[in-house]
Ligand binder design. Structure first.
Ligand code: AHG
Ligand code: MN
Ligand code: MN
Length: 331
């Protein structure tokens, strides 16, 4: 049954918004609300660190690689620590899987939920003062409360997400999330130290105005349909926009009407973006905002994960654009 939407005025705080919506989750007894608050609080701390990144020596590369093979930047690690600590203290989540750690972390409590997270997305943009983000998904633990957390608890289809969202650290910091009842965007009001509702009931703008793909990949794209689709975009004189921070590219397309494409390439034959840490959360948001998110054959949310750090090709945006792209790929 579709949950009824509660219309709340622009400008109300995240806390009040969460309280007003709590009645929709009679079985959650407030834990989900608290979990969202914990994530919001950690994001404020990360936001503070990001804002002073230019001033103190917390930027830059620590010389390690994460399990996806990317260089880990210092802020990646810091964000990972902040979110893990907040979730651990909160006690509502019993486990966390992060892009920055090889294995999931058992928080060893009785929390009902598990969280998957890309603590800092767009890390190649940290040291150039360009928008970056955090992406998170919340699931229910599947194994019975009496049993220890297992990897299978994290290998759930995105369709089972209870909530998902992202934080965009940009000119303003925004928290955009969904609990399965539409998508709402909150802007961080720095003087109040609060997120306030600024973008209620977000829906993908259906204008085919923008496309976002790293065109440096052009010679390495494995699906010719992608190349043809991009050529068509150019013939239609659409504008290309690509920041290289998934959260920023996705957010721009959500607001302005555009498609995001990260195809299969010679270097990344299964795509580069991570199913559990990036694609599932944004796919949840995309569908809740009336759009689509798919890999080559399936909706992202219907893919059965087989390992935590699995990657997928990722196409997301307004329904019509994604459907047309898929028709090119699979014709
Ligand atoms: P992360 O910083 O979490 O490793 O993610 C980087 C991702 C994503 O933000 C972006 O869409 C993509 O990598 C950019 O990849 P290319 O540089 O290959 O375009
Ligand atoms: Mn990322
Ligand atoms: Mn990351």
């Amino acid at each position: 049954m579709e949950k009824s939407r509660i219309d709340l005025p622009i400008g109300i705080t995240l806390d009040r918004f969460i309280k007003s919506n709590q009645s929709q989750y009679p079985n959650a007894a407030g834990e989900l609300s608290q979990l969202l608050r914990d994530i919001a609080l950690a994001s404020k701390v990360v936001n503070r660190e990001i804002n002073k990144a230019g001033l103190v020596d917390i930027m830059g590369n620590v010389g390690l690689m994460n399990s996806g093979g990317d260089h880990q930047q210092k802020l990646d690690l810091l964000a990972n620590t902040r979110f893990t600590r907040a979730l651990s203290k909160g006690g509502e989540a019993c486990g966390i899987a992060s892009e920055e750690t090889e294995q999931f972390i058992d928080l060893e409590n009785n929390g009902k939920y598990i969280v998957t997270i890309d603590p800092l997305d767009g890390s190649s943009n940290i040291d150039v003062n360009v928008s970056i983000g955090t992406i998170f998904s919340i699931y229910k633990k599947q194994t019975p409360p009496s049993e220890p957390l297992q990897e299978s608890d994290f290998l759930q289809k995105g369709r089972t997400q209870i909530a998902a969202g992202y934080i965009l650290y940009g000119p303003s910091t925004m928290l955009v999330f969904s609990t399965g009842n539409g998508v709402n965007g909150f802007t961080y009001e720095t003087t109040l130290g609060e997120y306030v509702l600024s973008h209620p009931s977000l829906l993908f703008k259906n204008a085919s105005t923008y496309y976002s793909m790293n065109e440096g990949l052009s010679f390495d794209i494995l699906d010719k349909g992608v190349t043809t689709y991009i050529t068509n975009c150019k013939e239609k004189r659409m504008s290309g926009r690509y920041i290289g921070s998934l959260v920023a590219d996705f957010h721009r397309n959500l607001l302005k009407g555009g498609i995001f494409i990260y195809p299969r390439t010679n270097q990344y034959p299964n795509g580069k973006l991570r199913l559990l840490f990036e694609a599932n959360a944004l796919a949840f948001i995309a569908e809740q905002a009336g759009g689509l998110a798919t890999a080559n054959e399936k909706a992202i949310l219907d893919i059965q994960p087989i390992r935590i750090h699995q990657t997928v090709p990722f196409y997301t945006g307004p329904k019509e654009m994604v459907t047309t792209l898929l028709a090119h790929i699979n014709h």
